[in-house]
Design a protein around this ligand. Structure first.
Ligand code: BTN
Length: 326
């Protein structure tokens, strides 16, 4: 359905000043006039202004900005992530919906996109602030034939994919704060929440949830986040198109996922380490085991962060909150 709507849009956009006859359009798309009428209705319901004139046809007057599946498909090259894109106006959490669909058997590559989340989940039981209509909240279902120990690699791969998207589309220079915070000028612009469903030594599915503050303004952040969070819009000084951002994200994710499948962590290690905000810095890690201080190093073969503590011990960090010591 989304693919046909994308093609309908494409045809309407080819000749923006002219009416295109319904019969011709339906023929071009290989669908009935009734089906075309339904697609036009869906577009109108999403805010597209389409003029329809009896015995003349349709004309597209304006398109709204939004990460609609048909707009994403017009930019997306990835086959995997174009198979099934589910778009919702509002959900409690795209990760929850993705997990629900995965339990019902949805295939690898299923993508959920929502305009808003009412209970967006962050790491460590935190909330992910998810106001409507301005940002990107998306989750993908993956079913790699890996042992669960490799699950965290996907978080690292997603961090690379988000960074590459911000670099390619907007010329920005994001940094990755281990394991999954993406920073612009030291403030968080994106977070990743990877959730695994496993069975003994195998992964059933992994939900990769990504939130990017795309078009938030300072006023959209709660006061408690204002000095720690930013958005693409804040940094660029202008709003950007979320459909394009979503498509680029999934193209980069497809590439990083392939690299992981072919070369394991080594496939993305250099890309990740080149963007690390922590390398060589003195950091403090607060985790379940207490607080550690030391100089951050590289990743070990399991994706853990290596640090050298003040008394010369080498420690592996597998989870925790990291702060830079000035
Ligand atoms: C973090 O704490 O940094 C992780 C934030 C992850 C947020 C995204 S938004 C889309 C997906 N759905 C969720 O409920 N969370 C993730």
């Amino acid at each position: 359905m989304s693919r046909l709507i994308a093609r309908t849009l494409q045809s309407l956009r080819k000749n923006p000043t002219h009416f295109i006859s319904g019969g011709l359009l339906a023929q071009e798309l290989g669908i009935s006039r009734a089906a075309l009428w339904k697609h036009v209705g869906i577009l109108k319901a999403h805010g597209y202004v389409i003029e329809s004139k009896k015995a003349t046809g349709y004309r597209l007057i304006s398109s709204p900005e939004g990460p609609f599946p048909w707009e994403v498909l017009l930019h997306l090259h990835s086959r995997l992530f174009s198979l099934n894109i589910v778009y919702k106006n509002s959900v409690p959490s795209t990760n929850e919906l993705a997990a629900h669909l995965a339990l019902k058997g949805t295939g690898e590559g299923t993508v959920i996109i929502a305009e808003a989340q009412t209970r967006g989940k962050g790491r460590m039981g935190r909330e992910w602030h998810s106001p409507p209509g301005i940002n990107l909240y998306t989750s993908a279902v993956l079913r790699p034939s890996w042992p669960p120990t490799k699950g965290p690699f996907l978080t690292l791969a997603a961090a690379v994919a988000v960074s590459e998207t911000l670099e390619d589309l907007y010329g920005l220079r994001p940094q990755i704060k281990w394991p999954n915070d993406i920073l612009l000028s030291g403030k968080k612009v994106s977070g990743i929440l990877t959730e695994m469903n496993t069975e003994q030594d195998r992964v059933n599915f992994i939900i990769l949830g990504i939130g990017i503050n795309v078009n938030s303004s300072v006023e959209n952040f709660p006061p408690s986040l204002r000095d720690r969070a930013t958005s693409v819009r804040e940094v660029l000084g202008k709003p950007v198109n979320r459909a394009l951002c979503t498509a680029s994200l999934y193209d980069h994710l497809d590439e990083c996922y392939t690299l992981l499948q072919e070369h394991s962590l080594e496939g993305i290690r250099d890309k990740w380490e080149a963007r690390s905000s922590l390398a060589g810095k003195l950091i403090q890690v607060s985790g379940p085991g207490g607080v550690l201080r030391g100089h951050a190093g590289t990743l070990d073969s399991d994706g853990a962060l290596l640090i050298e503590t003040d008394d010369g011990r080498k420690e592996r960090i597998i989870s925790g909150d990291i702060t830079l010591c000035s």
